[in-house]
Design a protein around this ligand. Structure first.
Ligand code: AMP
Length: 285
């Protein structure tokens, strides 16, 4: 059976033995309620590493709304079963006290620059401090050679890149493609909380991203944004937070799409009570 560590010291001992055997460590941090998006990261890690550690930890410090934290799906037994059918080598499922002695004072406060208060940072104050705080601690425990993240949380990936640069960590970061349902909806643990009506609407998010991509070069960014905003806001269930077309390199606004190598088209909205995000990357030339 797949080994499950709850204790960080025991996991560290295990990792040391792996290192002594000169094996490489791949790491996939998750908050559980696993789906094929998570599994794609595990499989990528196992292709590129000798052993793969998957962590399952619903990190309290990255939730800016208590109700979102409380309602976040937790299904550890099912997750363990799912991971047993993958190439995952070991699960790390710590309690909060393994990670934080005190969640309010244990936050890692590094300068994240422009990215911290934009897009996700603007709508989820404090979110990225929580993300950095947990990922740095997990990296300290797992000491991965490579860590695998999803493009689904593109801004989060860029923030973690900043953190790795800030602390001069040796871990290589790998960004993996968004895995989608057949109708285009990006897989997310939060999708489980959608009502049937909300689930029917949810693929419109991906349609708005693809529609915007098709309009590039034919309409201005302003026109494309307002087309997408009206498509997404048409439904009473929806509270749109942002629809943006940005430079994929730094997520700064773009005046002329021809001036950048790659664009990120990003959306965040509440569908009912469930907050969903998605993005696509597009080469404009
Ligand atoms: P989470 O459990 O939501 O914190 O996600 C854990 C990791 O899985 C993060 O790196 C996410 O970006 C990634 N992830 C979540 N959903 C998807 C998806 N649909 N496709 C690919 N990666 C994903």
């Amino acid at each position: 059976m797949l080994p499950i560590y709850k204790n960080k010291i025991l996991l560290t001992d295990y990792i040391s033995s792996v290192r002594q055997a000169e094996k490489t460590v791949g790491f996939v941090p998750t908050m559980g309620a696993l789906h094929d998006g998570h599994i794609s990261l595990i499989e990528k890690s196992s292709e590129e590493s000798d052993i793969t550690v998957c962590s399952i930890f619903v990190n309290p410090t990255q939730f800016n709304e208590t109700s979102d934290f409380e309602k976040y799906p937790r299904m550890i037994e099912k997750d363990i079963q799912i991971l047993g059918n993958t190439n995952c080598s070991v699960i790390f499922a710590p309690d909060s006290k393994e990670i934080y002695t005190d969640e309010s004072i244990d936050l890692i406060d590094i300068k994240l620059g422009y990215l911290e208060h934009e897009l996700e940072g603007k709508f989820r104050p404090g979110h990225f401090k929580g993300v950095v705080s947990v990922v740095k601690r997990l990296f300290d425990i797992v000491q991965p050679d490579k860590a695998f993240f999803g493009q689904k949380d593109y801004q989060q990936f860029m923030i973690i890149k900043k953190m790795v640069e800030h602390f001069n960590l040796k871990t290589e970061l790998i960004c993996c493609p968004v895995i989608r349902e057949k109708d285009g909806l990006a897989m997310s643990s939060r999708n489980l909380r959608l009502t049937p009506k909300e689930r029917d609407f949810a693929p419109t998010i991906y349609q708005s991203l693809i529609g915007a991509k098709e309009l590039l070069g034919k309409s201005t960014i302003k026109e494309i944004k307002s087309w997408a905003e009206s498509l997404l806001s048409k439904n009473d269930l929806v509270e749109l937070e942002y629809f943006e077309i940005r430079n994929a390199e730094d997520l700064k606004p773009v005046k002329d799409v021809n001036e950048v190598n790659e664009l990120a088209i990003l959306a965040a909205l509440k569908v009912g009570k469930v907050r969903l995000i998605d993005n696509i990357l597009v080469k404009p030339h």
